[in-house]
Design a protein around this ligand. Structure first.
Ligand SMILES: [Zn+2]
Length: 669
C-alpha cells in the first residue's frame, strides 16, 4: 500500500499515470459544477453518450460490467455446447447442454404447451378440497407452482442451528402494495395484470370469457393475501419475522391443511423446529382453502403453472411473459436469446459455470489485493468503533467483537457444488431447469439439523454485486464485481478505495445498519446495545430516513426513507470508512495529483462513477416501491451531501446543493 503511493508520487510522467488512474475525463460533464450536482459532474459525459438500450430498464456502470460478464459467459457456454468431446456427466457437458437446450427455440416452440400439459391436467382433475390439498402437496414436491413452501434457515436467535422455514402465500405482483394502493398507476397496473393473466390462461388452453373472469378472481384471491402480508418496511424488523414453533403449532395455524405429507416429501422430520415468518398469511391461506371456490383455486394454479414456466416455453408464452415485464419496467424489446440463456445457466448451474468463469477471468492477485483492502478497512473501522465517544464502553466492545468476527469471502466458493443429481437433457429444456431447481432445493433442505455450512455463497461468481449476511456475519464479494471501474489491481489507490473500498465499507456497514445491528458477533438476534446507545443509533438512522424522505427524485416521487435506510446507512458509513482507510494507507504522504485531480478528488469521482446510471420512468417507480436500495443517482448525491471530506475536496460551501446544512448532516462513524 505504502509502496504504491510512494511510487506514484515519484512518477512525474502524467501520461504513464493516466493509463493507470482508471478515470476517463470524457465521463465528466464539466459544464455542471461539482458542488451543484456531483453525480452529473462525474457521469454526465458518459450518460449523454450512452442512452438506455431498448432491452434494459436501466443502464449504467454496474449494468455495463454485468453485460461484459455475460459476454464472457457466452464464450464459455458456446465452447461447452460445441464441444462434442465433453465427457458425459462432466460440468462442461451439463452447462453446454443446458445452454444448447435453451438456445434451441425451434424445438421449444414445436412443443407448445406440452411441457406443462400434465400439470394442467392434474389441476383440471381437482374435484374437492381434499384433491386440492393433495395437488398443492404434490406441486410443492415437484417444484411446480405452490402457495406453500418449506425451506431451511438459520434460527435467528441461535444461528448455529439450521431449522425449517415454512411460508405460504402466492402473490404474483412484486409487492403487496401493488394490490392495495389506490393511485392511478397502481390501478392501471392491476388492469394490465388482469389482462395479462387472462391472455396467459388462454395460452394454457382456456376459453377467452372464462379466462377473463378467472383473471379477476385471481386478482381477488391474491388481494386477500396481500392484505394480511407485512409491508416491506415491517419485514425489515427481524423480530417481526421470528416465530419459532413446533409442528403442532404450525398445524394449529392451518387446521384444514395437513403439513405431514409436505414434510415427508422432502424428508424433514416433524420434530424439526420451524419458523413461520408471517403466521397471518398462513391463517389467511387456511381460510381461503375452504372459502375460495374450487374454480378459483383451479384457475389460480393454471395461471401459476403457466406463468412460472413461460420463460422456458414456446414463443407465445415467452412473449406474453415479456409483455408484462415491459409494462412493469419500461423495457422496449427482448434481450437477445443468448443473454437469456447465459442467465438461465448461471441461475441453474451457478457453481459449474462460475468455476469456468473464475478459471478464465479471475486473476489470483485480485484476491490478494482485495484481502488487503478488506483488512485495511477493518482496521480503520475498529479504530472508529473503539473511539466512538457517543457509545458506552460495553457497546463499543461488543461492536468491535462483531467486527473482528466478520468473515470475508472473496471471489468464489472454495468447494464447488456437486451437480451429479441434476439431469440435463438438451432436448427437454424445462425439465432440465426443473431438475436443477429441485436439486438446489434439496441441497438447501438437507442443511436442516446439520452444522452450519459456511462454504455456500448467496451469489454466483460472475455476479456484479456483493452482500452481507447477518446470520453468518460474513461479507462476500463475487469475482464478477472485482473488475474495472470498480476494482483494478493496476489502478491508483484513490480510485480503488473510492470504488470497491466504499463497497467493502458498505457491506461492513450492513453489520451495523437498522437490521444488521440487531445481530451480534455470533450472528444471533440479540440486543447488545446498552442503555441509551440503541436510541442514539436510531437517531442517527432517523437522520438518513428524513434525508431520503425529503429528496425529490423527480415527477413528485420520493424514496421511502424507512425502506432504504439500511442501504443508505451502508453507503454513508462505507464511504466515510473507505476514505479514512485510504488516508491511512497514504502513511502521511500526500497523494499525487493525476490527470488534474487530487487524490481526494479521484477518490470521490471513483465513488460517484459507480453510481452513474439512468433509469426508465417505470423502472424508477418499480425500484422506489420494492427495492431497499436508493436509486443510484441518490446513492451518490444523498451520501456525499453528508460528507465534509467531499465538500473540502471540491471546495463546496454552505448553501451549495451538495452540502446539507451542518445541523442536518447525517453521520454514522
Ligand atoms: Zn447493501
Amino acid at each position: 500500500m505504502k509502496i504504491a503511493a510512494i511510487l506514484s508520487a515519484s512518477l512525474c510522467l502524467a501520461a504513464a499515470l493516466l493509463a493507470q488512474s482508471g478515470y476517463d475525463r470524457s465521463n465528466l460533464d464539466t459544464s455542471c459544477k461539482p458542488c451543484d450536482d456531483f453525480w452529473r459532474y462525474a457521469n454526465g459525459g458518459w450518460l449523454d453518450r450512452n442512452s438506455i438500450p431498448a432491452r434494459y430498464p436501466s443502464w449504467g456502470t454496474m449494468q455495463v460490467m454485468r453485460d461484459g460478464n455475460r459476454e464472457r459467459l457466452r464464450a464459455i457456454l458456446e465452447a461447452a455446447s460445441a464441444n462434442k468431446a465433453a465427457k458425459p456427466g462432466s460440468n462442461e457437458k451439463r452447462i453446454g447442454d443446458l445452454y444448447a437446450g435453451c438456445m434451441d427455440t425451434a424445438r421449444i416452440d414445436s412443443l407448445g404447451a406440452a411441457p406443462i400439459q400434465p400439470l394442467l391436467d392434474r389441476v383440471a382433475a381437482i374435484a374437492s378440497v381434499r384433491d386440492l390439498a393433495a395437488v398443492l402437496v404434490e406441486f410443492h414436491r415437484s417444484g411446480a407452482a405452490s402457495p406453500v413452501g418449506l425451506m431451511s434457515m438459520q434460527d435467528l436467535k441461535n444461528s448455529k442451528e439450521v431449522i425449517a422455514a415454512v411460508m405460504a402465500g402466492g402473490i404474483s405482483l412484486p409487492d403487496r402494495d401493488y394490490y392495495l394502493k389506490d393511485d392511478a398507476r397502481s390501478k392501471l397496473l392491476r388492469d394490465e395484470f388482469v389482462k395479462h393473466v387472462a391472455r396467459m390462461l388462454v395460452l394454457a388452453g382456456g376459453k377467452p370469457d372464462a379466462a377473463a373472469a378467472g383473471a379477476r378472481a385471481i386478482l381477488d384471491l391474491e388481494t386477500a393475501q396481500a392484505r394480511v402480508m407485512m409491508t416491506n418496511v415491517q419485514r425489515r424488523d427481524p423480530y417481526a419475522r421470528y416465530h419459532r414453533m413446533d409442528f403442532a403449532a404450525l398445524s394449529a395455524l392451518t387446521p384444514d391443511f395437513d403439513w405431514k405429507p409436505v414434510f415427508r416429501n422432502v424428508n424433514v422430520p416433524e420434530s424439526t423446529a420451524i419458523n413461520v415468518a408471517e403466521p397471518d398469511v398462513l391463517k389467511q391461506f387456511n381460510s381461503q382453502l375452504k372459502a375460495a371456490p374450487l374454480d378459483t383455486w383451479r384457475v389460480w394454479l393454471r395461471w401459476r403453472v403457466a406463468s412460472a414456466a413461460a420463460p422456458r416455453l414456446s414463443k407465445p408464452f415467452f412473449d406474453e411473459n415479456f409483455s408484462f415485464t415491459a409494462i412493469m419496467t419500461g423495457v422496449k424489446e427482448q434481450e437477445p436469446r443468448w443473454q437469456t440463456c447465459a442467465d438461465a445457466v448461471d441461475r441453474s448451474l451457478g457453481d459449474a459455470l462460475g468455476q469456468a468463469f473464475v478459471e478464465k477471468h479471475y486473476p489470483p492477485e485480485a484476491g490478494k489485493r482485495m484481502n488487503e483492502l478488506v483488512e485495511n478497512l477493518r482496521v480503520t473501522l475498529r479504530e472508529e468503533l473503539a473511539g466512538a465517544a457517543w457509545l458506552e464502553e460495553s457497546t463499543r466492545a461488543n461492536a468491535v467483537k462483531k467486527l473482528n468476527a466478520f468473515i470475508p469471502k472473496i471471489g468464489y466458493p472454495r468447494r464447488w457444488r456437486d451437480y451429479s443429481a441434476v439431469k440435463i437433457d438438451s432436448k427437454s429444456y424445462l425439465e432440465s431447469v426443473r431438475s436443477a431447481s429441485l436439486a438446489a432445493r434439496a441441497h438447501q433442505i438437507a442443511k436442516i439439523g446439520k452444522p452450519v455450512d459456511r462454504n455456500d455463497w448467496g451469489m454466483t461468481p460472475p455476479t456484479v454485486n456483493a452482500y452481507y449476511s447477518p446470520l453468518l456475519n460474513e461479507i462476500a464479494f463475487p469475482a464478477g464485481i472485482l473488475q474495472p471501474p470498480m476494482f483494478d489491481v493496476r489502478a491508483d489507490d484513490a480510485m480503488n478505495y473510492g470504488a470497491i473500498g466504499a463497497v467493502i465499507g458498505h457491506e461492513m456497514g450492513h453489520g451495523f445498519d437498522d437490521q444488521g445491528s440487531k445481530f451480534d458477533a455470533e450472528g444471533n438476534l440479540k440486543d447488545w446495545w446498552t442503555g441509551g446507545d440503541r436510541k442514539k443509533f436510531e437517531a442517527r438512522a432517523a437522520c438518513v430516513i428524513d434525508e431520503f424522505n425529503a429528496l425529490d427524485v423527480g415527477d413528485g416521487l420520493r424514496h421511502n426513507g424507512k425502506l432504504v435506510v439500511g442501504e443508505a446507512l451502508g453507503d454513508l458509513g462505507g464511504l466515510t470508512l473507505a476514505f479514512k482507510a485510504w488516508q491511512r494507507s497514504l502513511g502521511g504522504k500526500p497523494a499525487p495529483v493525476i490527470d488534474g485531480f487530487t487524490g481526494e478528488q479521484r477518490f470521490f469521482l471513483a465513488f460517484a462513477r459507480v453510481w452513474g446510471a439512468q433509469y426508465r420512468a417505470e423502472a424508477v417507480r418499480l425500484q422506489l416501491n420494492t427495492n431497499p436500495h436508493p436509486l443510484p443517482r441518490f446513492r451518490a448525491i444523498g451520501t456525499l451531501q453528508n460528507v465534509p471530506a467531499f465538500h473540502k475536496a471540491f471546495d463546496c460551501k454552505a448553501g451549495d446543493a451538495m452540502v446539507r446544512p451542518p445541523d442536518k448532516q447525517c453521520k454514522l462513524w
